[in-house]
Design a protein around this ligand. Structure first.
Ligand SMILES: *Cc1c(COP(=O)(O)O)cnc(C)c1O
Length: 370
């Protein structure tokens, strides 16, 4: 028992912290395995753009200085990219930051925050940390059941989180359905559309032709917050940078509680350079679509089913011994993500890596399943 437990805020009592994918070095330490591939955290197998690496070099001599607390250069680029005003942007140490800011600004103990069953783990965590009530609405075919979510709104609902596509399921909502949903939500409830995998999902090769860009709806819906990240398609997960777009009055509130230097100077420079290298993003997106095809065809050949995904990952149903399959894969030097804590005890989530990494995963999976 933690001797200070009783002193902690109610929501922090019993709070289970976020479980990240197993780091490569930890597997080396614990299992003595070498030559490890990690397909567990939806990271970009191509890494960042060479232009990003060059931009980082130029920042090194300036590291004694505080970063630009307003992130002017990055906000300027983002404003141009999205056709919004700089006052509509809130920068974050990863997009996890604005997701949490929304809860800290709008949610008080006892209020309700809604999301779907199998939704991204940060939503229940930030909700519970605010001593608020998490309302997880049962999913439909692994994805959001928007009608059920509308029906679950109460006078205590303050925030609704929607990941599009959702992690870990990879399921997505089409533009008409999502727009109709937001229109039906009272304007006093903040709707957050988390677009962490936007760049992958809009690739026509993944087949979601009706996948929407919710940032286009900001004028119509003043209660809408859209989040994006540099952690996935831009290959910058280690630097921690993301942002939200919203009505300026909403961004003003989010920016009040934003720690002044939450995005460091290397991350600011990297994000700016990353935005300039659209070819690099496109290479990663094309590789992803190609490998989605390869991996889903191979697991189908093995007699396994999977949840169709428009992210850079896919959930494969490996049966009731998923925990044992995960562990056996670790012994083969392959790290994937168990998702039992997402209410998916039969699935493993696999990030699509380089062709040779995915091949190694598929070989290891076939061996492990016998
Ligand atoms: C990876 C991910 C994020 C991004 O997290 P960062 O803090 O930007 O690294 C946000 N939402 C979802 C659903 C994700 O899977």
């Amino acid at each position: 028992m933690n001797r200070f437990e009783a002193l902690a805020a109610r929501g922090v009592q019993g709070l289970q912290p976020y479980q990240p994918g197993k780091p490569i070095k930890e597997l080396q330490r614990e299992y003595g395995v070498s030559d490890i591939i990690k397909l567990a955290s939806n990271e970009n197998p191509l890494g960042p753009s060479p232009m990003v690496l060059a931009a980082l070099q130029t920042e090194f001599p300036e590291l004694a200085r505080y970063p630009d607390g307003n992130g002017f250069a990055l906000k300027q680029k983002l404003a141009a990219k999205h056709g919004v005003d700089m006052a509509q942007i809130t920068l974050g140490n990863g997009s996890s930051d604005p997701l949490e800011f929304v809860v800290r600004v709008f949610v008080q103990p006892g209020d309700e925050v809604m999301f779907s069953e199998h939704a991204f783990a940060m939503y229940p965590i930030v909700t519970q940390a605010a001593s608020a009530r998490a309302v997880a609405v049962p999913a439909k075919d692994w994805g959001h059941d928007l009608d059920a979510m509308l029906a679950a709104i109460t006078e205590n609902t303050r925030v609704i989180f929607i990941a599009n596509p959702n992690n870990p399921t990879g399921t997505w909502l089409d533009g008409d359905s999502l727009q109709a949903f937001i229109a039906a939500v009272p304007e006093t409830i903040i709707v957050v559309v988390d677009e962490a995998y936007f760049e992958f999902a809009i690739d026509p090769a993944l087949g979601a032709e009706d996948y929407p860009d919710a940032s286009q709806w900001l004028e119509r819906f003043p209660n809408l917050v859209v989040t994006r990240t540099f952690s996935k398609a831009y290959g910058l997960a280690g630097l921690r940078v993301g942002y939200s777009l919203s009505h300026p009055d909403l961004a003003n509130l989010l920016n009040r509680i934003r720690p002044p230097f939450n995005v460091n100077s290397l991350a600011l420079a990297a994000a700016c350079a990353g935005l300039d290298d659209t070819d690099h993003v496109q290479r990663g997106v094309a590789l992803n679509a190609e490998q989605m095809q390869v991996v889903t065809a191979a697991v189908t050949d093995m007699g396994l089913d999977y949840i169709p995904s428009v992210g850079n990952f896919v959930c494969i149903n490996v049966g009731e011994n998923a925990a044992a399959v995960y562990d056996a894969l670790l012994h083969e030097g392959v790290i994937v993500r168990p998702v039992a804590n997402y209410g998916m005890p039969r699935h493993l989530r696999v990030t699509l890596g380089l062709a040779e990494e995915n091949e190694r995963f598929l070989t290891a999976l076939a061996k492990v399943l016998g």
